[in-house]
Design a protein around this ligand. Structure first.
Ligand code: 9D3
Length: 253
């Protein structure tokens, strides 16, 4: 899979993508990450990417032209079935594990990072296939969000994790499941020592009774979910399963 990131801060991505699973996957050829500098598609001396908003108001808006031209040169033969264009913006539908799985189906993903007060709305309406927000909080730009999306999608690529199976039995996998599964959290984990500052590891984990351990883990996972994420145990709106577009999987118009 090829990840393209379009940004005015290409140097931002040196850190995040040069470590961990993403870096190793890059070295083994399972994925490619290409960071593009938006200013490469400007023609004026100052490489202007932003301008004042029509109608007045605070702050600057990223211009449509450099973003459209960048996308057109990154995807010269645009095939929407194989190439996905996503605009990282605070206004988008929330990114989750289900969205990560959905993006995995594309051969190439272009992540456009917003900055300043916003991005010319024509990018959202006439270029991007979808908008993505990573959460209900205000960031100063889309770069951190793009790194999150790359990480979440990249680790789902078969062979990217050392253990091919470990991505299919972890905390949020159930959330992606079809049908009734609402998903619950992973069970708690402990390692040595058996007593740390007076806090003991549950006795059952120290014995070799694997049936008892399985039972404890499943009960502890449920208890932890109830305590930390009670909303996961409530039934989900079935309309979302029937109509993914209601969760922001958007067709272009
Ligand atoms: C403070 C300005 N806001 C209006 C009151 C709008 C706004 C513009 C630009 C809010 C945030 C940003 C920059 N953020 C992103 O580009 C962004 C983002 C985010 O802020 N939160 C969660 N996900 C994302 S993805 C991109």
């Amino acid at each position: 899979m090829i990840f393209h990131v379009l940004t005015i801060f290409p140097e931002f991505f040196r850190g995040p993508f040069e470590h961990g699973v993403v870096a190793r996957a890059g070295q083994s050829g399972l994925l490619q990450i290409k960071v593009h500098n938006l200013r490469d598609w400007t023609y004026d001396f100052h490489k202007t990417v932003d301008d004042r908003p029509f109608g007045g108001g605070e702050g600057m808006v990223l211009k449509a032209q450099p973003i459209f031209e960048a996308a057109e040169s990154i995807f010269p033969q645009r095939d929407p079935a194989k190439q996905r264009i996503a605009l990282l913006s605070a206004q988008g539908p929330l990114f989750d594990q289900r969205a990560a799985r959905r993006l995995l189906e594309f051969e190439e993903l272009l992540l456009i990072c917003g900055r300043y007060e916003g991005v010319d709305e024509r990018v959202s309406r006439h270029l991007a296939d979808e908008e993505i927000s990573i959460g209900n909080y205000v960031l100063s730009g889309g770069e951190l969000a793009a790194a999150v999306v790359v990480d979440a999608v990249a680790r789902l690529i078969p062979g990217v994790l050392g253990n091919e199976d470990s991505s299919v039995q972890e905390s949020f996998t159930d959330l992606e499941g079809e049908g009734a599964g609402n998903g619950i959290l992973d069970c708690p984990h402990y390692t040595r020592p058996a007593v740390f500052r007076g806090w003991s590891v549950p006795d059952v984990l120290l014995g070799g009774n694997h049936a008892a351990i399985r039972k404890w883990r499943s009960e502890a996972a449920l208890e932890k979910t109830q305590r930390l994420r009670p909303e996961l145990l409530k039934p989900r709106n079935p309309a979302v399963e029937a109509d993914p577009e209601s969760q922001g999987v958007r067709k272009k118009g």
